[in-house]
Design a protein around this ligand. Sequence first.
Ligand SMILES: C[S@@+](CC[C@H](N)C(=O)[O-])C[C@H]1O[C@@H](n2cnc3c(N)ncnc32)[C@H](O)[C@@H]1O
Length: 274
Amino acid sequence: MESLNLSIENHYLKEALYEDIVNRLKEQNIDLENVKRSDIAGADEFHVRGATVSKELANSIDLNGLNVLDVGCGLGGPCRMLADEYNCQTTGIDLSNEYVRTANKLSKLVNLNNKTTFVQGDAAELPFEDNKFDVVWTQHVQMNIPDKKKFYSEINRVLKTGGYFLFYDILKKGDGEINYPMPWASNINHSFLFKIEEMDGFLKEFGLTKEQSTNQTQAGIDFFNALVARLKEFGPPKMGLNVLMGETTKPKLMNLLTHLKTGELELISGVYRK
Ligand SMILES: C[S@@+](CC[C@H](N)C(=O)[O-])C[C@H]1O[C@@H](n2cnc3c(N)ncnc32)[C@H](O)[C@@H]1O
């Protein structure tokens, strides 16, 4: 497991990521004393439909003032949004040391470090006590985790009774082969796709009740089509997912778009209650 985690961490690795983001802000003449969340939003939400879908998910329950854990938090954009707009106290955990370092520094940069905490760790071994969080949130992470039962049992363990589990994920739909690279996996060895029925099964087994489910596939396809049109016209943005994926951005996004269109993959978000 350790070598798989190292290999996955390496897949996401972008050296000096925070410094790169700061340089890109400077190139746009943004005053580093007054950086807004919107200035970094193109890069700090690493999932299809970025900040828009996170807001939709956040609005699906009353989050005001709650204590939230983001499992596989990446650069921490969703945690900062929940802290800033919903008065949440947020904790993010991620496998990547470089992402966690960057997440903490970005929170400081936009003055949200008092309401966000980021720690390095494995989602399958959460370093938190039982029943700690009002809400557990995860977006586009489980595809990297082979032991799904452990992943969801850890989420269930740290969630308070009566609390909510909010997710937004890429799931397998058809049975055809998947082409790599993908945003989450350089090759098939990093990728552990499964179907929504299996996820439902695990959560039901742990006693969680499904309250909402939204198929986001068409919205994801529409988002990608608009993105491809913008890239053709204007080239890569100063602050986009290209900051994280560099040269491999195009093949990764095109593979994902193709499989969403052909129906091998689907995007689903939803809410469960413990
Ligand atoms: C596609 S990114 C999504 C990041 C973030 N959830 C977001 O939507 O902006 C997937 C993230 O999962 C993290 N990850 C993968 N395997 C993990 C594990 N076993 N434990 C914790 N984080 C993991 C990666 O490091 C990466 O930051």
